[in-house]
Design a protein around this ligand. Structure first.
Ligand code: HEC
Length: 109
């Protein structure tokens, strides 16, 4: 009986968790999952017409090109403080979302 109770609690909490993390799927949405990661962590430096010539990561095409060519994923997996420069490393979940999106050929979904 006690075991059953513990198991039900585990099942219930894992379901709630899955519903909340809509981005942790094999096919995450660009608009709801991928773009916000760039807006939060990258756009501060990687905006359009940056006078320092930093490549922009400010819209679908720019993000897609640099994810497909491997630069983005390489840069966020390098040492802490590389990208975002002097920032915290992206979370494992955030990195996985970008990788899963790439696996699906980076759709505008
Ligand atoms: C505080 C400013 C800053 C932030 C925030 C930042 N970057 Fe950068 N990034 C730079 C600068 C400056 C360069 C160019 C200098 C260089 O290549 O080292 C650069 C270069 C890059 C490059 C090209 C590296 C190469 O191999 O040529 C990639 C890819 C990149 N950033 C991705 C990102 C991603 C993804 C994020 C967000 C997760 C991010 N950056 C956040 C400043 C920043």
């Amino acid at each position: 009986m006690r075991i059953f109770l513990i198991l039900s609690i585990l099942v219930i909490t894992s379901c709630t968790y899955n519903e909340l993390s809509i981005c942790e799927t094999d096919n995450p949405s660009f608009t709801y999952c991928v773009e916000p990661i760039f807006e939060k962590n990258c756009i501060g430096c990687h905006f359009q017409n940056n006078s320092n010539g930093i490549m922009p990561l400010s819209n679908f095409q720019e993000i897609r090109d640099n994810v497909i060519n491997g630069k983005v994923i390489e840069s966020i997996k390098r040492k802490v403080g590389f990208m975002p420069t002097n920032g915290e490393r992206l979370s494992t979940e955030e990195i996985l979302i970008i990788e899963n999106w790439k696996e699906n050929d980076a759709p505008n979904n």
